[in-house]
Design a protein around this ligand. Structure first.
Ligand code: TYM
Length: 333
């Protein structure tokens, strides 16, 4: 069975973007692949996180993933910092990756902003840790949203250079798995920016924990243009906000954007937004309720994560030990 790996940062509550672009695609893979999913707390601290919040958000993220349908009986779910193999391999990759490659990463440029000298060094080498997350398991399939594509290409470059430098066909090629209409869900306030957990405006995103009233308010306030919806896709050109809302309704109702337009073309946004808010609430309310139920017993969530880490360690340890041997490190025993 092909091995799948993916990760999510606990830097906030998961958004509709995380859900439609990634998490929702992880769920069916539990039955068709050997599936490994990770809450990547070490990635999260590449930007400042309040320590107590980080602890809570890590557990909350795990509970949300379980509520979305990840099942510890059918997948391995764990926290990145619990499995030290990731950072051991990341160090080797820091030495394999070229500075020129990292300089091309658009996410670093976006996140570091103008004052690059003041960005953390961890933010810069973040893609090397992400490559290590995947390669520590010899995973070959990685389901992610569109924004992670460049990082996965880098992970392949790193694997190729490692294999070349150390004369071994050791790390396999990764196949990015970027799915469907919602691979890039955009901000509700600006249809040219992606929806993000870290956007300072909570109005820009739907959180998986939002209740019906909050969802309805955020959708009602979402930026749109004055034209009614078109009945064909060409009519969405240069209308990023309209395109985004159509894509969201398509994703949550398992329709194509073309079908949504056929059904709702000609409607004004007043009506369409009401329909969208209802569809979102129907889809997300059970997830929010299940997350709350799971968090009533935080000890049980922590125990699941501990067991997940044991399973993850059993896979990653021998792979990373072998990589260290290839590099020439004297075996510790
Ligand atoms: P993160 O935490 O930013 O996002 C988790 C997943 O959600 C997807 N995503 C989106 N998809 C569609 N529309 C959006 N607006 C949107 N926002 C986020 C992301 O593409 C991602 O799949 N670097 C990763 C975490 C990571 C990882 C890994 C992923 C660390 N190691 C190894 C795969 C394999 C990240 O920051 O994701």
């Amino acid at each position: 069975m092909q091995r799948v790996f993916s990760g999510i940062q606990p830097s906030g509550v998961p958004t509709l973007g995380n859900y439609l672009g990634a998490i929702r695609n992880w769920v069916p893979m539990q039955d068709t692949h050997e599936a490994i999913f990770c809450v990547v707390d070490q990635h999260a601290i590449t930007q400042w996180q309040d320590p107590r919040e980080l602890t809570r958000q890590t557990r909350d993220m795990a509970a949300a993933l379980l509520a979305c349908g990840l099942d510890p009986a059918r997948c391995t779910l764990f926290v990145q910092s619990h499995v030290h193999a990731h950072t051991r391999l990341a160090w080797i990759f820091n030495c394999v990756a070229r500075i020129g490659w990292l300089n091309r990463m658009t996410q670093f440029k976006d996140k570091a902003g103008k004052d690059r000298d003041n960005a953390g060094a961890g933010l810069y080498v973040y893609p090397n840790l992400m490559a290590a997350d995947i390669h520590a398991y010899h995973a070959t399939r990685v389901p992610v949203g569109e924004d992670q594509k460049q990082h996965l290409e880098l992970a392949n470059d790193i694997a190729e250079k490692f294999n070349h430098d150390y004369g071994a066909e050791f790390f396999p090629h990764i196949d990015p798995h970027i799915m469907g209409v919602a691979a890039r869900v955009m901000s509700l306030r600006d249809g040219t920016k992606k929806m993000s957990k870290s956007d300072p405006s909570d109005q820009s995103r739907i959180n998986l924990s939002d209740d019906a009233d909050t969802i309805s308010l955020k959708i009602r306030r979402a930026k749109t243009d004055p034209e009614p919806l078109p009945s064909e896709m060409q009519g969405l050109e240069n209308r990023p906000e309209a395109r985004n809302l159509v894509g969201i309704l398509a994703a949550v109702t398992d329709a194509t954007p073309e079908e949504v337009l056929r059904q709702h073309g000609g409607q004004g946004f007043g009506t369409f937004k009401g329909i969208l808010a209802d569809a979102l609430t129907a889809h997300l309310a059970p997830i929010a309720a299940e997350t709350r139920r799971l968090l009533d017993d935080p000890g049980a969530v922590d125990a699941l994560l501990r067991r997940g880490a044991e399973r993850a360690r059993a896979i990653a340890e021998p792979i990373v030990a072998k990589a260290e041997e290839l590099v020439g490190f004297l075996p510790p025993r």
